[in-house]
Design a protein around this ligand. Sequence first.
Ligand code: COI
Length: 352
Amino acid sequence: MSAYDIAPGVPAALERFVLPEKLGFGAVNAPVMFSAEWRDGQWQRGTLLPYGPIEVWPGSRALQYAELIFEGLKAYKVGQPRPNLFRAADNCRRMERSAKRLSMPLVPETLFFQGIEAVTRACAPFIPGRSGHSLYLRPFLYGTESGYMLRNSHSFRFMVIANPVESYATGAPTVAIERSEVRAARGGIGAAKAAANYAASLRASSAALERGHTVALWLDAAEHRYIQELSGMNFFAVIGGELHTPELDDAILPGITRDSLLTLARHLGYVVHERAIEIDELLSQIEDRHCSELFACGTAAIVMPIAALAEPDERAYRPARTDEVASKLRAALLAIQERRAPDPFGWTRELA
Ligand code: COI
């Protein structure tokens, strides 16, 4: 007997699905999703369902108080008969940390894997096979109980949806330095993958897009002096030929791609520094050519070169190179993720 139920509409939904030529990132929904409820203090049996609208109480704490955390990970099937998952156990552990920070129930590893594997297996025929393409998995957990009292819900739902995707961003975009607004402060929830952090970043992201930039770069909340991260991505600079990235604190999301790049870079012989990076010092180093390259990384973005950092008045700081170290790291990472190269770190796991 399967460990989860399969709703009657699933075979037809899978049969109907046709993988479009153009995928974008999140524009195409996989035809199935997974759902499990937490009530009376325990997890109930999960179900694989056709992808579709869900019922949510308008007064639920997920909608009223952003009681929602999520994860992002990818399944790959590039030239392979079976899909493989990249560092999925690390996503599960991060979701656990996010749940603890928001005081939500933990999704046990068995349930987390049940959800992502059920969706991945069902969608295996539709996982795009081109390098850089994948099935993006979005596990999420939200509070379903209605009520305005400021406490956690007593009931929750864990779901997994998925999207066949291309890369999140292409080329080498420019990035807007956010000098006034704040994404996350020390002691807050910035290190949790909580929907509220993304809500806090949306206005600056939209404004950046309107100005012709791709994304905003966030500075620390107390002094607006130290670089934290980009919206949805971690940040790297190549200074004097060595790699520098902001050291983690409780206001920065601990990216799994960030961690993979640090490991890979050391493996490839780069000297790597995790430290506080002052924005104004970095801009001077771009001007005097000591900083030669900038890039961002994330599950969605993989490794994204940055052509320039722009001030609110549009003064732009362009490093001399745009995709030298970044392209080496991206190639090495993708080769492991897509199982075209040996995986000395044990990061990938094929689904039987
Ligand atoms: C991810 O990379 O998985 C994210 O959640 C970032 C988001 C902007 C797509």
